[in-house]
Design a protein around this ligand. Structure first.
Ligand code: ZN
Length: 404
């Protein structure tokens, strides 16, 4: 070791190398600071007097897997200009920090390619040390996303952890970046977002959400000029739920066990697309047999496939006619579930048909959601909500391991 190696190998400049000690596996390089370089940390004045020293050790980048420490008697100085006694500034570490900047950079870099747990284990530091480094990094990069160019967004909630905790996530559909993560679901979770969006001067043209009144209210109030588009997948999902409820009601009414088995067995087949029914498992035949038992269920099933076609028309005019026809047939069926759904569609037709002006959906958020789920599985709890939010804000740049 030498003074020049301290500089070239460890990025430490302005100190003289003194000696090397070995303690177990660890190497300790002692350095010293020359009197001429003493400065007041407050005003930078050279007009200072030495007022004792404190021996400190700093963890720096390892050599061949062995921990390395820099030891320094850090001088305290009395400044004659501002009359204060302070420890001088260090060139290689932040004030009050026991790790050098180069250690922090190295640890952060590693943690972007492996889990926090693995990084901490490899470097022999605690999980929190690595987590805090990541948190600072994420804060610098993602805490305040740039919003001025945002044109089309998707809003949806995701469930995190047990006990139905929710986060509301806003995605920039053009860049693919998460631009807001709010606590909870509904209007409240978006308040901070609208504020930032307004001050950014962004001109949002279209918003994709589900048909929940909270989002409709929030979006129409805060973005009166934007087109609200109800996500087609949420519309279908809602229909699937109602169709499943209908099957369950039918199942409960049946007294014949054979018929019950028949209806029980089609639980998932009802939701499958007909072209995906497996002929080797007789799925189509089983489905048809069950549907013959109950006319309302059969009607609701066939209307499901047709509902999908609302988004497959040549243009908006055709889609309007198609949707009106669908609603009319649902109403004519006399089936309560279909009557209710027809009412929902009637009330939300404007936002469903807006898809023809802006063919956007919350689909891309689904991909983000899956990434978050993978992250959560590998993560240690994420008790720190702020950290979880930052992780989600940075998720579009996540490779395989911004996790754990
Ligand atoms: Zn001073």
């Amino acid at each position: 070791m030498s003074t020049s190696l301290l500089y070239h190998g460890f990025g430490v400049r302005g100190y003289r190398y003194v000696k090397t000690d070995y303690e177990g596996k660890a190497m300790i390089f002692t350095m010293e600071q020359s009197r001429e370089s003493y400065r007041c940390p407050e005003c930078g004045s050279k007009n200072v007097l030495g007022r004792g020293k404190t021996t400190r050790r700093f963890r720096t980048v390892p050599i061949g897997g062995k921990p390395v420490f820099l030891a320094l008697d850090v001088p305290r100085v009395e400044c004659r200009d501002c009359q204060r006694v302070r420890q001088v500034e260090l060139t290689f570490a932040e004030p009050r920090r026991h790790f050098t900047r180069s250690f922090d950079r190295y640890a952060l870099e590693l943690s972007l390619h492996m889990t926090i747990q693995d990084t901490a284990g490899h470097l022999g530091v605690s999980w929190d040390v690595i987590k805090d480094l990541q948190k600072q990094y994420l804060q610098r990069r993602f805490a305040k996303p740039r919003l001025i160019d945002v044109k089309r967004i998707a809003i949806d909630e995701i469930s995190v952890g047990k006990g139905h905790r929710y986060l509301t996530v806003v995605l920039d559909l053009d860049s693919g970046a998460v631009i807001h993560v709010g606590q909870g679901k509904g209007g409240e979770a978006l308040v901070a977002f609208w504020k930032r969006l307004r001050s950014s001067g962004a001109k949002v043209e279209a918003v994709a959400t589900d048909m929940s009144s909270a989002y409709i209210e929030a979006a129409t109030k805060n973005l009166p000029k934007a087109t609200l588009v109800f996500d087609r997948f949420h519309v279908m999902k809602l229909y699937h739920e109602k169709l499943s409820d209908l099957r369950r009601d039918l199942y409960r009414q049946l007294t014949d066990t054979l018929e019950q088995d028949l209806v029980k067995g089609i639980r998932w087949l009802l939701l499958k697309r007909p072209e995906h029914l497996d002929p080797r498992r007789n799925e189509q035949a089983r489905l048809e047999e069950a549907l013959r038992l109950n006319a309302p269920l059969a009607t609701a099933y066939y209307l499901k496939e047709e509902l999908r076609e609302v988004w497959e028309q040549d243009d908006q005019a055709e889609a309007i006619a198609f949707l009106q026809d669908w609603i009319a047939r649902a109403e004519a069926s006399g089936v309560r579930m279909l009557l209710q759904f027809a009412k929902t569609l009637r009330a939300h037709a404007w936002g469903i048909l807006a898809w023809y002006d802006h063919p956007i959906s919350t689909g891309p958020l689904e991909g983000t959601n899956n990434k978050i789920k993978t992250m959560k599985r590998q993560a240690y709890g994420f008790r720190d909500q702020e950290f979880l939010k930052l992780k989600i804000l940075g998720i579009h740049e996540t490779k395989y391991a911004l996790v754990g």
